[in-house]
Every structure is written in structure tokens, then in C-alpha cells.
Design a protein around this ligand. Structure first.
Ligand code: SF4
Length: 280
């Protein structure tokens, strides 16, 4: 449970970020270990639970706020980033994590994704990607492979998959990483790095849906650590990501853009001074 201010322990363990609610995900769902990695990451950065907010949209992964002891907001489909951005701008003292899935975050929420990257507000966006809409029984999502044959997409969709990491880079995200839920410790370390990195941090977590994509259990054998150091050159990062196999795990880009600070830009402050000077 959340410790009230004044009664907080000197150090926080992962258990301090867990709520009493028992997750209702399918047994074996990758989202269990993502939840564990988030609580470990928060223990690593030692932010008291009452100074953290977890915001989500709709989908299996979006249940996560209720399973933490932090402040939580379970919003509407695709709008998690809009709510999280507003919260961070209004309350910059809070550490804001936004959690989503590939359906919620890349389809109906796709436009919010582009503009959250562009605005570079200092929050951490975690997307649990399983290439399927799990909550609504297995429809193809934006990241589904074009040839995935299922009852709902016989013969495959034939539609090119969305590439979130490159889209994030092109749109201005300041930190881009890929993690795998089966590697709980590695995922926790990447999330902690994302929280600490200034600006908009995007972490794509490969998180198998064992019910509708049981073949994703094999991801465990496909993932491998990124063999290169993260770069601060977005063009180089984009080239690497476009040519990797989709299972390259690690921090892939760490930039230096100053996060959105709120308030008027220097240009609009100049304009306000001019208007004041010429006011009658
Ligand atoms: Fe996890 Fe898939 Fe079950 Fe949803 S349907 S809880 S994503 S395994």
C-alpha cells in the first residue's frame, strides 16, 4: 500500500509499489513480468509511491495502474498519452508513467503518440506490444505481421506492420528502447533509465499474449541484447532499427533534447513585450 508522506520508509522496495489487487491476466501473460519490472524500476529510482502516477488507456495491459500503489488513472481508449501529458504539465513534480498496448497506443492512440514524441514532455511511455488485440479476442493490431493467419484474418491482413520505434525517432522522442517481458531484470533496468532520462522516453516491451498468440512463447529464444551502444544520432538509430530483426533488446537511442518546460517560448515572450510597448 502507498505510504503516506511522513511515514514513508527511508528506502522503498518493489513491494511498496504493489497494490492489494490480484491481476486477472491469463496465466503466463507477459504483462505480469512487466508489472514486476515497473515496481522494480520504481524501487531503483526511489520515488515514493505518492509521487508517482501511472496512466493508461484500454486493453489488457492498461489494467496496470490498479495493480500499483501509485496514483492511477485508467482512461479511455487511445487517450492515455493525452491524459498523461496533461497531468505532467499540470504537476511537473510527479513522475508520470503511461502504459499502453499496441492496439490502444498505435491505432486509435497513434496520433497522440506522434505528438507526445514531438512535444517531449518528461514522461515515460511503456507499450506492451503483443501484435494483437487481446482483450477483444484476437483481432490484428497495427503491429501484427501481414501474413498472420487467424480466424479473424484468414490468410493474413496483407497490411504492412507499423514500426513504432522508427516512428518515435522521426517524431522526436528523446529516449527509445526495446525490452522483453521475459527478462524482468533487464526490463526493470531499461524502465529505470527511461524514467531518469529527461524528456519523452519510449519503451517498447515485447510482451507475449499466450492466449491469442501462443507462438510468441518462442520470443524467449529470439531476443538478444543490442550489440552496439545507444547512439544520440537519430538517423543512425533509425537505420539500425530498420535493419535489425525486431528482437534487438536494449536502449537504442538516447538524445539530448531539452524537455518541454511549459510556459511561453522566448519568441512569444518577446511578442508579449512588443505588444505591451505598443499598447494604447
Ligand atoms: Fe495477456 Fe493475451 Fe490474456 Fe490479454 S488475452 S491477458 S494479453 S494473454
Amino acid at each position: 500500500m502507498c505510504q503516506p508522506p511522513g511515514l514513508a520508509p527511508e528506502t522503498f522496495g518493489a513491494q511498496h509499489y504493489k497494490s492489494d489487487y490480484k491481476p486477472i491476466w491469463c496465466p503466463g501473460c507477459g504483462d505480469y513480468t512487466v508489472l514486476a519490472a515497473i515496481t522494480k524500476a520504481l524501487a531503483t529510482v526511489q520515488k515514493p509511491p505518492h509521487e508517482v502516477a501511472v496512466v493508461s488507456g484500454i486493453g489488457c495491459s492498461s489494467r496496470i495502474p490498479a495493480y500499483t500503489s501509485c496514483y492511477g488513472f485508467h482512461g479511455v481508449h487511445g487517450r492515455a498519452l493525452a491524459a498523461g501529458t496533461g497531468l505532467k504539465v499540470a504537476r511537473p513534480d510527479l513522475t508520470v508513467l503511461v502504459a499502453s498496448g499496441d492496439g490502444d497506443g498505435y491505432s486509435i492512440g497513434g496520433n497522440h503518440f506522434l505528438h507526445a514524441c514531438r512535444r517531449n514532455v518528461d514522461l515515460t511511455y511503456i507499450v506492451m506490444d503483443n501484435h494483437v488485440y487481446g482483450m477483444t479476442k484476437g483481432q490484428p493490431s497495427p503491429t501484427t505481421e501481414p501474413d498472420w493467419d487467424s480466424k479473424l484474418s484468414p490468410g493474413g491482413t496483407g497490411v504492412r506492420s507499423f514500426h513504432p520505434l522508427v516512428i518515435a525517432l522521426a517524431s522526436g522522442a528523446n529516449f527509445v528502447a526495446r525490452a522483453f517481458s521475459g527478462d524482468q531484470q533487464g526490463t526493470a533496468e531499461i524502465i529505470a533509465q527511461g524514467i531518469r532520462h529527461p524528456g519523452f522516453s519510449f519503451i517498447e516491451i515485447l510482451s507475449p499474449c499466450v492466449t491469442f498468440r501462443p507462438e510468441q512463447r518462442d520470443w524467449r529464444n529470439l531476443v538478444h541484447p543490442a550489440s552496439v551502444q545507444p547512439t544520440d544520432d537519430p538517423a543512425r538509430a533509425a537505420k539500425r532499427i530498420m535493419t535489425d530483426d525486431g528482437f534487438n533488446i536494449g536502449v537504442l537511442y538516447a538524445g539530448h533534447r531539452a524537455p518541454y518546460a511549459g510556459g511561453p517560448s522566448p519568441a512569444s515572450a518577446d511578442m508579449a513585450a512588443l505588444e505591451a510597448e505598443f499598447a494604447v
